[in-house]
Write a protein that binds this ligand. Structure first.
Ligand code: FMN
Length: 187
């Protein structure tokens, strides 16, 4: 049987013209054979995390949280791409990550990210990604370092089709997908 890896792609940006979301769309569009991708698009619909709303028996769990956890449970690996806001992870993305703690689906899950923060950004997104690494440590995820990518992009690097246009950037995205998929693959 051919090896197949399923990757869930989650953007930390809700912005319509997001370069982070464009990067993940590009990853999905150019994913090599044997790699199945799904773009998660429910971040903006998640409720604010409240431990009181996360019962251990799961009864009464918000359907959007349940959908997120189902998507995580169905994937072999996770590819993230997030901006930095005010020296930290975007609040809505941290909210999503907080919901993953109780679910446990990301425990030992292969995870990587692509940091596309532009060169002009104050810290190049470094603080957000340091924080992301720390959060993923708390959830027990397995960071696939070889697939973690720093790829500065500008808004001009996204074409009218919503995909990243520079060929070298596209090649690096495909390489990251390929490496993460190999680390996530199952027979
Ligand atoms: C409110 C706000 C705060 C930001 N703060 C930072 C920051 O602290 N560090 C940084 O590197 N970039 C910062 N940026 C720049 C964004 O991270 C950058 O524009 C990013 O590429 C936006 O991602 P998107 O295109 O996916 O929306 C900030 C942008 C906004 C809108």
């Amino acid at each position: 049987m051919a090896e197949v890896a399923k990757l869930l792609l989650i953007s930390g940006s809700l912005r319509g013209g997001s370069t982070n979301s464009a990067t993940l769309r590009t990853a999905a569009a150019l994913a090599p054979a044997g790699v199945e991708t799904e773009i998660y698009d429910g971040m903006g619909r998640l409720p604010h995390f409240n431990p009181d709303d996360d019962p251990t028996d799961g009864v009464g769990l918000d359907p959007e949280v349940a959908a997120l956890r189902s998507a995580l449970a169905a994937t072999d690996g996770l590819l993230l791409s997030t901006p930095e806001y005010a020296g930290a992870l975007p609040g809505s993305f941290k909210n999503l990550l907080d919901w993953t703690v109780g679910g446990g689906q990301t425990y030992e899950m292969p995870v990587a990210w692509i940091n596309v923060s532009g060169q002009a950004a104050p810290s190049g997104g470094a603080d957000a990604h340091e924080s992301l690494r720390k959060v993923l440590g708390y959830t027990g995820s397995r960071i696939v370092e070889e697939a973690v990518l720093r790829l500065p992009l500008s808004r001009d690097d996204v074409g009218e089709d919503g995909l990243v246009t520079p060929p070298e950037a596209r090649a690096k995205i495909v390489e990251a997908v390929s490496v993460l998929a190999t680390a996530s693959s199952r027979l």
